[in-house]
Write a protein that binds this ligand. Sequence first.
Ligand SMILES: Nc1nc2c(ncn2[C@@H]2O[C@H](COP(=O)(O)OP(=O)(O)OP(=O)(O)O)[C@@H](O)[C@H]2O)c(=O)[nH]1
Ligand SMILES: [Mg+2]
Length: 331
Amino acid sequence: MSDCFWWDVYRIAFQAGLPISYDIYDKRLKGATGFFSKKYRKYVKELFLNGGNGNGLPSNLVEQSVAEISFRQKPTKRLLIVLTMSAGKSTLVNALVGRKVAKVKTTVCTTSISYLYNNPFRDTLLYSDGSSYINSNDREIAIEDIPNKALRFHGSLESQPLIITDTPGVDYAYDTSHKKVTYDAINRGDYDLLICVNNGPYIERNGEDELIRHILKQNKKNILFIFNQLDRFDPADDSIEESLKQFRQLLKSKKSNAQIIPFSAKAAFLLKKELDHTLSQFEESELKSLKEKMSSLFYDFGMYGTGICSSEDDYFARSGLTNLETTILNQ
Ligand SMILES: Nc1nc2c(ncn2[C@@H]2O[C@H](COP(=O)(O)OP(=O)(O)OP(=O)(O)O)[C@@H](O)[C@H]2O)c(=O)[nH]1
Ligand SMILES: [Mg+2]
């Protein structure tokens, strides 16, 4: 039989949920393919699974299958992104994914929940509207309100199975459904890390304080606060250190010592886009001025988070993204 044939067999076996114990494997492969004799099923197992080295197959396919198996064996981390309107939740999601998959606007923007799945083995985006799937390379479709999207995440999170859930801001006074959607997502508790994105310069508005109280009261799970939009601080009038201290005290007064990550979601997202060569002209000039700012110590957000000065040209570290991605991977 040809390599291609066995490769197809392997793919079927893999889709059926392998690698698993031999007995289950044998049953599933039999169920999936029906007509193979036990001898062939055993042969496939020896060729491709734990003991097998894939002799006779093209090496890139073997490498891909090994990478795919090890990816799928890692437990999936589920991140729930919450907090105030226009704090930069969707921008942060786009920065983690490395593509514009969530809508971003200066005014109220996200109105419903969306789930993003890291799928490093597909080049295209896979969308589900709940009843059907769409495959697309079209970057524009990416910003439509489709609740489930799977795609390859660009950057440090690429090899980590992840589901990121973006939510609407809780303090949109004209439509209380936003608040309900987000509170329901928190109360369901089906996440591993709750990422609360705070608009750094504006601490403790009403909806924000209520939600922080709610989270800290109910939740014993991992919580991370993102102190975002720090690039908007002015060294002449503002102190990042002082604002962080105040925020830490606020959390302490609520009996929490949750980690705070100083951040610029905008800088992080534009830096990822730069790597991908997809910056628009406007974004290019935005990034240029952000880089100029981040060259000074005042705007080294990584340093405020880790206590270690970032190296001069490591803008990812300076934006706070390296600290955030490392924290997510180590959770
Ligand atoms: N300067 C600066 N602007 C930011 C940053 N993060 C987000 N923004 C801007 O803030 C505005 C709101 O960003 P979004 O990501 O849509 O905020 P959101 O929290 O998802 O908003 P809702 O979904 O409406 O609750 C947009 O104009 C972003 O470009 C940041 O770190 N720095
Ligand atoms: Mg949003």
